[in-house]
Design a protein around this ligand. Sequence first.
Ligand code: ADP
Ligand code: MG
Length: 251
Amino acid sequence: MGNKIEREMKEEVKHETGTENMPDERKEDSIIEGVDIVRTFLMGEVEVRVLRGISVKIRRGEFVAIMGPSGSGKTTLLNQLGLLDTPNSGKVIINGADTSMMSDKEKGRFRLHNLGYVFQDYALLPELSAVENVFISLMMQGKSKTEYESAAAESLTAVGLGDRLSQLPSKMSGGQQQRVSIARALAHKPVILFADEPCANLDSKNSKDVLELFKNFNKEKGQTIVMVTHEDWHAAYADRIIRLKDGIVVE
Ligand SMILES: Nc1ncnc2c1ncn2[C@@H]1O[C@H](COP(=O)(O)OP(=O)(O)O)[C@@H](O)[C@H]1O
Ligand SMILES: [Mg+2]
């Protein structure tokens, strides 16, 4: 990565650690609280209420699966809880911070420092090596080269890819690519890991590896995980299932 980009990124975050909205008192019961979340989308002329007033609480250290039929709003709900989208009404409180009071820029900063994401299609940058894919967000946080390089290597080692730091994603299997994306999501030790159908493109052996990684991070490190899946056997790794149907929580 060019030094210029690095310098600009550091400028951007110099005075902004992203933690100013975090209360000192971190003993609240819920780490995420969604309160009466409504999200509508325009489909042609018709306004469709995809989330019709959803309230959920997720505790610190919990591993939760969000399930429901295709089109039931699982991704939409995850995107509200993960601050990737903004509800029409209702709010999301994370770690005691009311995120509905944040500007888009503040939300971006909050995401960068506090949240991690894993997507179905891995979302890796193809021209960057595994370790570069992992350290790019650490770089954006303003960490020093020594810090981000060692944190990225450590995170890749934790997902079993310590011997593939300089490999390009295109030279890796789907399971390995997803593990790189998990290393990236966890490298900055996020408060919450969000995963949207992380095993949808993987065979059952690789799915099992990914789910076991999640389970280990959850049990060993107390990592809070919110995972969307439509497979019962994936959801079985979670502590609890939130089931959606027709835009509401049915269970
Ligand atoms: N950005 C969007 N614009 C319009 N419609 C959307 C958008 N995102 C989701 N939807 C619609 O909302 C519904 C729920 O989508 P989604 O949350 O992706 O469902 P799931 O993840 O459970 O399959 C679907 O009918 C989908 O077409
Ligand atoms: Mg989805």
